[in-house]
Write a protein that binds this ligand. Sequence first.
Ligand code: ZN
Length: 492
Amino acid sequence: MVKENNLSLYNTLTRSCRPFHPIQEGHVGMYVCGPTVYGDAHLGHARPAITFDILFRYLRHLGYKVRYVRNITDVGHLEHDADEGEDKIAKKARLEMLEPMEVVQHYLIRYHRDMEALNVLPPSIEPHASGHIIEQIEYVKKILESGYAYESCGSVYFDVSRYNADHHYGKLSGRNIDDLLSTTRALDGQEEKRNPLDFALWKKAAPEHIMHWPSPWSEGFPGWHLECSTMGRKYLGDTFDIHGGGMDLMFPHHECEIAQSVAAQGHEAVKCWMHNNMITIDGKKMGKSYGNFITLEQFFTGDHPLLTQAFSPMVIRYFILQAHYRSVVNFSSEALQAAEKALGRLQDAYMRLQALNPAEKSTEMVPDLMAKCYEALDDDLNTPNVISVLFEAVKIINSAADGLVRLDAGDIARLKELFDVMLGEILGIRLESVGSSSDSEAYKGAVDLLMEIRANAKQAKDWTTSDLIRDKLAALGFSVKDTKNGVEWSVK
Ligand code: ZN
């Protein structure tokens, strides 16, 4: 039985909004803005998840202990902008006649399932905004104390012009308040604000708003920008190393976060900001209104008019990693097919590598490809360069498998380590699950059986049967090669 006064104990414990176990010296604190869970995940969700998964994996590989926090927005993200419209989750709950947390749970389970399919590691902590209302209220109080916020009709707003008189609002995105003001028009119903750029820290709930909590100002809910400042500080401390998210969050979300931390804590909280760029579909922004909105599940099943086939999660992952995280990725079915082919070539080379017999001495010098990969990753996480180094390895492996060069045991072991560490551990590609067929084992077995029948036919000089198998397979898109070590086949 929980006694009532336990709540005040909880209040005392959480009042400081500080971690119970602060990050140790030499460890890395990393915060990434997570999803608002009111619909199925799409490519736009996959990109930040995969980008920061690479960073998480690489830092851990280098020996850092990383505390990786990725939040779940389950309250306060309004439809039109940060302060206007209906709460996205509350709207879904109203339409489907569900409790808002049922909506959150439903889509969160599906989000986790998609992330697991993409081989995205779970973060260390996945805090929910709705689970940190007390901390958010405390944070608003601190901002009010600093004089950079004001109360108006039960809501609390951040005073952007007051803040900008002392600090630069817009420094992260290179904007300034005069330009912002000239492009912002005052919206109806915003007369509570002193200035149209001011953003809500706490909103008084309208009578029809179903998610609300008591606070010193009103029965209401926190503003969306507040949760990341509060939960980042709670789990990572007053200052932490890395804050990531999509480029679309840089303004206003991350600018607001900076202003909030400076106001509440007297200094910025984040040492390094990282933003991944966007994904376009056939050159257009992705959105429901463009009819080009494809969920991850639809990619995995191929069930969308813009898709010519299903694509395995590893192809999606590889497709995203082929581009540097700061450049725009343009999706098209052809681009994904090219990614599938390229990944297939990496997979074939990996399989051929496992079957190589070592020579006494290598006939060719194999460059230090591992060092080149580290260099690429240290250069702002340059995954396309890592991939091009892996293709240098593919060339060497294929030459060795075709008998053109010979590799000794040391070189073969180094190439295996390169694939296992760079492609498997850091790029997070599960090599065994490439290809859109879930029955790939059975499929491989069947083609191998055809190869065996063809070999027997050849031995018996039954050229009609052996040519028939080769030609029919070629017509189906297979390539069959007779090598010194037997027959090799692949899909072109
Ligand atoms: Zn955020």
